[in-house]
Design a protein around this ligand. Sequence first.
Ligand SMILES: [Zn+2]
Length: 211
Amino acid sequence: MATWKKKFTRFYLPLIAGCGFMCGALYGQWAYQKSKIETYLKVNIEGIISEQERNLNVSFQGRPSFIVTRSINPFNFMFYNAGQDTIEVDMRGFNLFTLPNDDPRMAQLLKSGLSHELGHFYIDKLHEQDYGRDYSPDSVKRKFLGEGMAEHFHVDGKPDHFYDSLHDMVKPFLETNGVSEGIRYVFEHENEISLPENLEKMAQQAQATFK
Ligand SMILES: [Zn+2]
């Protein structure tokens, strides 16, 4: 056999076959994971919204759309797109290789993240109703206020420490006035609400970087 042929059958062919097999397996895993997440959404979204409506005494206007995708943003595993009224779920957030598909932690992660994103949706709809436009986080301060308010909609799992402090910042407004009126209060008094010192510093630094 010619040397190149030998090389091809002994080295390149198994390599190509191996890569093909890996790609096929990976694609199969992605597809499986995607359908699991889509099924979870179909079965559970209404239950999560009902829980939020009961706990927070709110009423959702309509429903967002959902997209299960592979890559949106390196920092988020879920993201609410106000312009499209869509919640995007990034499968990379679910540790494909370490978290088995039927692991209850996956459902918990989904529920926890979705409840927060549904909060963004609720806030956005309220803003649209009152001001005729999306609630776009166009400053770091507004981003912080928006995250804190969305965190109020959490129905499962413990929010991480950073989100906890954003939540603490707006919680008194939402508790004193009722959730919807509290959110409206934050809309109307954004300039007067002062951030805690550490968050103010962080907001100023981040704002300077993104300008
Ligand atoms: Zn958020």
